[in-house]
Design a protein. Structure first.
Length: 296
């Protein structure tokens, strides 16, 4: 209602005349004059005393009272513009299982950040991820469990094998993928057991090694994994992407089992009504996902 008039009023005072104010606002001098008069008409009081040459102005008593209010309005208008500018930034919040964040998605995150996508990344356990998306705490999630909720949509993203990872033995040929091994040849007391691969994996594991013996080493995070290998006969069953990462250090080898567990399925989970300024980032993510997973 008053925006144009207040803008003209402040510009005139800043520059001491209509001409310079018009130049700043990219308007004609007559338009600036008209906006000031329109403001005075709406308020019902004269704000500036015009000089004879129409360039020198003095504030009336009403103008002096209006000036601090107009300056506050200008500050608030600037804050509003800043909020709008921030909302135009492409942003995306992603929550994923820790093995996805650590061993699969780093190239994806690099591509997104190089394309001016503001990222928020978090690692959580797979069972909690669908509800985090349902509550709109994150834009998109990647979990090894589907678990439908009323407002989410899930799709299968990729599958990966669970493989045997063990320390490299200097006495054997240095091959990253030795011949498959019999499950029975592995001793449970030598296993570093992950308890986070899912219930289907636990059922399969019990079929081969039972559940009566306690695991000597049981963990639920990869962060301490490598430091726990202290004997050459130790072994662990881990997802292929994670295993490949450790093989690259030259200290481990991957080996297939003759009777492997079922494949591990990663699901992409998103809310049915995604945030408006997350949409461009999501579209870029889909493009780069295809590139990253194709390389693997």
């Amino acid at each position: 209602m008053y925006e144009n008039g207040l803008e003209a009023f402040l510009a005139i005072l800043r520059h001491g005349g209509f001409g310079a104010a018009a130049e700043e606002l990219n308007l004609t001098q007559s338009t600036v004059s008209h906006r000031l008069m329109d403001l005075e008409t709406k308020i019902g009081m004269r704000l500036l005393e015009r000089g004879k040459d129409f360039r020198e102005q003095e504030l009336t008593s009403a103008g002096k009272k209006l000036l601090p209010i107009a300056e506050k309005w200008q500050e608030l208008a600037e804050e509003i513009r800043n909020i709008a500018a921030e909302e135009r930034v492409i942003s995306l919040s992603i929550v994923a299982a820790d093995t996805v964040n650590a061993y699969i998605f780093p190239p994806l995150y690099e591509l997104l950040s190089h394309n001016d996508v503001s990222l928020k990344i978090s690692s959580r356990r797979s069972p909690s991820i669908p509800m985090l998306i349902e509550k709109k705490l994150f834009d998109i999630g990647y979990a090894y469990i589907e678990q439908p909720t009323p407002n989410t949509v899930a799709r299968e993203l990729f599958r990966e094998n669970i493989v045997l990872l063990r320390p490299y033995n200097n006495a054997e040929a240095r091959e990253p993928y030795p011949s498959p091994i019999d499950n029975d040849a592995l001793k449970q007391e030598d296993e570093l057991y992950f308890c986070t691969w899912g219930p289907w994996y636990e059922i399969w594991h019990e079929q081969w090694w039972g559940k009566d013996k306690p695991h000597l080493l049981q963990i639920d995070t990869p962060s301490v994994f490598a430091s726990l290998f202290s004997r050459p006969e130790q072994w662990s069953l881990v997802p292929f992407y994670m295993a490949r990462h450790f093989v690259s250090s030259g200290k481990f080898v991957i080996q297939q089992l003759k009777n492997p567990p079922p494949e591990r399925i990663c699901f992409e989970i998103r809310h049915r009504h995604m945030r408006y300024n997350a949409q461009p980032g999501f579209e870029l993510l889909q493009k780069f996902l295809a590139e990253v997973l194709k390389k693997d």
